[in-house]
Every structure is written in C-alpha cells, then in structure tokens.
Design a protein around this ligand. Structure first.
Ligand code: SAM
Length: 228
C-alpha cells in the first residue's frame, strides 16, 4: 500500500467537515502522509494521526514518501480518464496539492512527533470515547478485497469505541474502478445493532475516483451497548 498525502482541503471536502466539527479531539486513522493533523492543529483543533507505518520511524517515512508520491501521480496521469478532475481543476493542480500536503506532513512529523502514533486497526491504543470525531480515509472499503467483512466489522466497532460523537469513513467503494462494496448495508445494520449507533451515507462535495462521492457517517452518541 502506497503512502499517500491528501491535503487538509481534500479532507475537509471528503468528510464534508464544518469548522464546528473540529472543535474537539479528532483522530485521523490510517492517516498515511496526509496533512490533515498538521493543518487542523494549525487551525486550533486537537488532532492525532494514526498509522502502522509510523512505526518505521521518521527517516524511513521521509525516505519513501517522494517515491510513493511519484508512483501515485504517474498512475493518476496514465489513467486520467478514470478520475473526475472538477474538484482539482487539473492534474497539475492535483499534483501541486499532494506535494504541498506531503511537505506539510513531513515538517509536522519532525516538529511534533507526538501527534503521530504508530497504530493500526482493528486495535487502537486509545481509551473508550476519548475522541470526538474519528476519520478514516482510503483504507476501509477501499481495500475490501484484502480485508473481509468481519475485519471491517471489527475495525468499525473499534472506531466507534474510541469516538464519543462521530465516525466518518470515505470512500465507500473498492479501489480501481470504484465498484460498490457488496456488504456495506448489511455491515451498517450489524454495527448499529451492536452499538446502538445510528448511521447514514450522505453525498459529500468531493469526487475524484468515479462514483466515490459518499461517506459513511456513524453517530456514536446514541445509547451504546457494549460492542461485541
Ligand atoms: C491509501 S493510504 C490513505 C492515507 C490517507 N488517509 C489519505 O487519504 O491520503 C492508506 C493508509 O492506511 C494505512 N494502513 C494500512 N493498514 C492499516 C490498518 N490496519 N490500520 C490503520 N491504517 C492502516 C497504510 O499504512 C496507509 O498509510
């Protein structure tokens, strides 16, 4: 899996984030090289980035980031017809944003290493209900060919366990051609039954991978039962 660097602006759009959504503790799970935590902190939010890759250390992450970025850009340009460029305006603008995000991420990782925690689903080293909002982009559903429904169930229950208010997951389709994930609705029902949470799949003001324009939003404030 390549280390990708989505920008704060992309996160705001993918998760349809309003300023008031970022007033508490926000966790970016599977954060990779994204600049969300760095920029959100600059806006006064308390953000934590989590990714198992951080266990490799700052130098290893910094060393691989340019090559991963270049491979992603190569793929986007080679397959440009598969993507919707409206939000970015052009492939050049897309690349510019990703490069800027990678620089912001790396600078912040060096300056504030404590903000970056080496951890992976389905187990996060956080206390129950210790975050207000948990975000997860381009891991769940995206990689549903590698992770089955039961893994998704355990991962989402874990995200719900640590969030006292909301979990948002984007996108809801497979990587590549963006086919829908067959078990999405059944999994939502399962999560709601296990946690007492309520969920919905609203459209967001962002689409890059064709058909990837909805997030899963889980309101964890509903009466909880113990996730099992
Ligand atoms: C495609 S990247 C997405 C990065 C970032 N969220 C973004 O949108 O640019 C997927 C990330 O998931 C991380 N990852 C892989 N397995 C994971 C797991 N079990 N739990 C959390 N993150 C994981 C990878 O290290 C990688 O950085």
């Amino acid at each position: 899996m390549l280390l990708t660097s989505r920008s704060y602006a992309e996160y705001r759009a993918m998760f349809d984030l309003a300023d008031e959504d970022l007033t508490g503790v926000t966790v970016d799970c599977a954060a990779g090289g994204s600049s969300f935590a760095a920029k959100a902190a600059g806006d006064g939010a308390r953000a934590i980035a989590m990714d198992p890759l951080y266990a490799q250390g700052t130098k290893a992450v910094a060393d691989r980031l340019p090559a991963d970025l270049a491979r992603c850009q190569e793929m986007f340009r080679a397959e440009r017809r598969r993507f919707v460029w409206d939000w970015y305006g052009s492939p050049d603008r897309h690349e510019e944003m990703r490069r800027a995000a990678a620089s912001e991420f790396l600078a912040d990782l060096r300056r504030h290493p404590g903000r970056y925690v080496a951890a992976g689903l389905p187990r996060l080293p956080l206390a129950d209900a210790s975050a207000d909002l948990v975000l997860c982009s381009h891991l769940l559903f995206t990689w549903a060919r590698d992770h089955d429904r039961d893994w998704h169930r355990r991962a989402i229950l874990e995200l719900c366990r640590v969030s006292r208010r909301e979990v948002r997951i984007f996108p809801l389709v497979h990587m590549g051609h963006g086919e829908p994930v067959a078990f999405l609705d059944a999994l939502r029902a399962d999560i709601e039954a296990a946690t007492g949470a309520h969920s919905e799949c609203p459209t967001v003001p962002y689409e890059f991978q064709r058909g990837a324009n909805r997030m899963l939003r889980i309101y964890t404030t509903a009466e909880r039962s113990s996730p099992g």
